[in-house]
Design a protein around this ligand. Structure first.
Ligand SMILES: [Zn+2]
Length: 222
């Protein structure tokens, strides 16, 4: 396992934030990206600063937020630092978080709709659906509490009248999942123009979830 020094991790947070806009899953200054600090004796994370143009962002602009809510750096952290802190606190396996206002995911979220099991790839987010957390004002503890609850047993959720969150062990996996969720949201939205699509049965989603446990993994000896 490679241990990134802070500078490399800061640069990776910037690259992920820029990639999120380049991939079309976020626009302008919306959204934010964080990565857990894996340094000995440090309980905190790196996060993009508030209201900053991603194209102009550099590694030194990234803010450190500790689990006690204090921050260090030349800028204020993203206004959504609370849900990042609380997700890291609740989910030890999470190493990175991507939050975007992806157009299709946010369209569904504005209709208070999550993404049901209309397609087997919904299981990539960890369960048989992708929930939509109830609305609360951005930056509040209430929104954070809703987000942590909607992510229980999942790696992604929508936020009503706001956007979406995807988490992963790494920045790459969180970004990849955010792109997958937006792809699913677009397909579900398109299907809804014709009719509400049929749901895959729970038993089938359980089979798919089980298959995903080994999907993309190298073959193990023995
Ligand atoms: Zn947001």
């Amino acid at each position: 396992m490679s241990i990134l020094d802070d500078h490399d991790l800061r640069a990776a947070v910037v690259a992920t934030a820029q990639a999120m806009n380049a991939a079309g899953i976020n626009r302008g200054r919306a959204g934010n990206v964080s990565a857990r600090l894996a340094r000995e004796g440090v309980d905190g994370f790196l996060i993009t600063p508030t209201g900053f143009r991603y194209e102009a962002m550099r590694a030194d602009d990234i803010v450190v937020v500790l689990q006690d809510g204090t921050s260090r750096g030349p800028h204020l952290p993203s206004s959504e630092w609370r849900f990042h802190r609380d997700i890291y606190g609740a989910r030890p396996e999470v190493g990175a978080i991507v939050h975007t206002h992806a157009p299709f995911a946010t369209t569904l979220a504005c209709l208070d709709r999550g993404i049901p099991a209309f397609h087997y790839m919904v299981a990539r987010a960890g369960g048989s659906d992708i929930r939509c957390a109830p609305y609360a004002t951005f930056g509040t503890q209430e929104l954070s509490d809703h987000a942590v609850r909607a992510l229980e047993g999942r790696r992604a959720c929508l936020l009503a009248h706001h956007g979406m969150i995807a988490v992963g062990a790494t920045l790459e996996s969180a970004l990849e999942l955010a792109i997958e969720v937006e792809t699913l949201a677009e397909m579900y939205w398109r299907a809804l123009q014709v009719a509400e699509p049929a749901r895959l049965p729970d038993g089938e989603m359980a089979v798919v979830l089980d298959k995903f446990r080994t999907y993309g993994q190298p073959r193990r000896a023995g």
